[in-house]
Ligand binder design. Structure first.
Ligand SMILES: [Zn+2]
Length: 334
């Protein structure tokens, strides 16, 4: 693996390579971007490029020297990855970093610390880290990885070089899937769309053997839901589906993308924007029976449910309400 293997993050990679070329590597970075867009992978490859013993003229790590090998096996002592323990990064973890970082590395090399999911640092941990970020040893590089910087101290942010990671084009994800995995073209097309810019998600969907069965079952069900077709058996069906799907977030996302696609066909009619690329004909039919107003209402309500879920609101109640929206009871009674 090397920088070349990073998909769709040319801009971020070029900034890092330029700083290496010009010998202006920053002592601290924040890599920011959605889940699964390659932040951690890039941080590790950056560490490899900084530490490799046989770096070539294009600044490519050899991937075979002693250090590259150790980094690949995650046992290089001068690269540490700090991650949340039980959903938070605690002050003890940062205290340990502070103790270690002061021990000089071997043979004038760099010491690199990657703090993954940095937004999960407790406030005490953040304050403790701030002291190191304010006065880092010359040989140290700290990389914070996060989805957003909302919960990171502004005093930390202001001392770090911010590197943005973008959502990846579905065409690039598709190409990577076809090159790396023996996947049918239509499946690669569908997965690249469902991944919504995250290569990590694409691989996760492929490795989850049951995902496509769960999706198919739910889409079959959604296909049967029609505006004005109110049937009390559907409540029983909803419950069945809720029991089957252990992950309500996943279910909501499938429903959201379904109605989003119907709205897009109805309003724009552009096939390329459709995520459920294997269901275009059914979606077209649906776009004729739903009004724009109703679709927007359903989509709004799903967004609301996502907020409700954070507050542990009764799932059954919410699902029933969603179902009522899907069959358009409010619209039919008017
Ligand atoms: Zn090497």
């Amino acid at each position: 693996m090397s920088f070349k293997d990073i998909v769709g993050q040319e801009k971020a990679v070029n900034i890092l390579l330029k700083s290496l070329k010009e010998d202006k590597v920053s002592p601290s970075y924040i890599f920011i971007g959605n889940e699964g867009v390659g932040k951690k992978f890039t941080a590790i490859e950056f560490a490899k490029t900084i530490s490799c013993l046989n770096l070539n003229n294009n600044l490519e790590a050899c991937d075979t020297c002693n250090i590259c090998n150790k980094i690949n096996k995650q046992c290089y002592p001068d690269l540490k990855i700090i991650e949340p323990i039980k959903s938070s990064i605690k002050i003890e973890q940062i205290r340990e970093l502070r103790r270690e970082i002061n021990l000089k590395p071997f043979k004038n090399r760099k010491k690199i610390y990657i703090i993954d999911q940095a937004e999960e640092m407790t406030i005490e941990a953040s304050n403790c880290l701030l002291k190191t970020i304010e006065e880092p040893p010359a040989y140290a590089i700290i990389i914070l990885i996060c989805i957003n910087t909302d919960s990171i101290l502004p005093t930390i942010i202001s001392r770090c070089r911010l590197i943005k990671f973008r959502l990846i084009d579905s065409s690039k994800i598709r190409k990577t899937l076809l090159n790396k995995i023996n996947l049918e073209k239509s499946k690669a097309e569908l997965v690249s769309k469902l991944a919504q810019g995250s290569i990590g998600k694409a691989f996760k969907l492929i490795s989850d053997k049951e995902y496509f069965n769960r999706r198919e079952k739910l889409l079959d069900y959604l296909n049967k839901v029609l505006p004005g077709k109110y049937d009390s058996n559907f409540f029983i069906n909803i419950e069945k589906i809720l029991m089957d799907i252990n992950n309500i977030e996943e279910m909501l996302e499938i429903i959201l993308l379904w109605y989003r696609d119907i709205l897009i066909i109805k309003e724009l009619g552009i096939k390329e924007y459709i995520i459920n690329s294997d269901k275009i004909e059914v979606l077209k039919e649906k776009s004729r029976v739903y009004s724009k107003e109703m679709l927007i209402d359903i989509l709004d309500y799903i967004e609301q449910i996502k907020e409700f879920m954070k507050k542990n609101i009764n799932r059954r109640l919410v699902s029933e309400r969603l179902y009522l929206k899907m069959v358009g009871v409010e619209y039919c009674l008017r």
